[in-house]
Design a protein around this ligand. Sequence first.
Ligand code: ATP
Ligand code: MG
Length: 241
Amino acid sequence: MALAGVGFQVSEGLIYAVIGPNGAGKTTLFNNLCGFYRPSAGSIRFDGHELCGLPTHRIAALGIARTFQNLQLFFNMTVIENVMVGCHLRAKTGLLTAALRLPGVRREERRLREWASEALELCDLTDRAGQPVGSLPYGLMKRVEIARALAARPRLLLLDEPAAGLNDTETGALRELIARIRATGVTILLVEHHMPLVMSVSDRLLVLDYGSVLAEGTPAEIQADPRVVAAYLGGAVQYAV
Ligand SMILES: Nc1ncnc2c1ncn2[C@@H]1O[C@H](COP(=O)(O)OP(=O)(O)OP(=O)(O)O)[C@@H](O)[C@H]1O
Ligand SMILES: [Mg+2]
């Protein structure tokens, strides 16, 4: 079983990390939260709404957005066009109205551009807006994914390994960005293997192993837990919290 008997609760406004070895079930957990997978049993609640059984777009409309472990971008579209895709939930114009070029479409397009620009600014991508995503270095592509998720104005943001493939400078900038996003009032669920980042940025952590909860607690508690050290962290290293 990919996940079994996993239970946890995230308070609004927290940065909550989910860690654990490869194959522990972290991405599967995200896929269940977003409605990509439907759990065979159990319940996932967000702000009083039951999410199990809802289609992905309904879950997104409740205020949950995500990034992907493997980049899911339109590489031949520009940065801002990719981010505008993230705004469509907030847009009023349907596909038909847009296809028929009915009045209001251009106004709506301007609004989408404004929303996307705000997300780009928060992610320090303003000067890249017009470039094709495929021409960016990898670290910036990962930022475009975050900007696209933010363009939907989520209340809960799921980040799946945002630091994977980043160098030290980019990881430091990511840490700063995650803190900045939280400061705007967004709750963050963070899946990440980069322990210095996780331990310094998170309020609490959930440790998964073989699809089950191994531990839950603050960064200091998790680092002192012998089961977590044995299953995942290894000995000897202490991360700043
Ligand atoms: N659609 C699927 N069908 C069958 N098995 C799956 C599916 N998706 C994931 N799994 C399996 O479920 C387990 C958990 O996978 P998952 O991708 O959630 O791990 P993870 O914790 O995100 O690992 P990583 O750190 O490597 O990203 C793995 O054994 C994986 O092979
Ligand atoms: Mg994963």
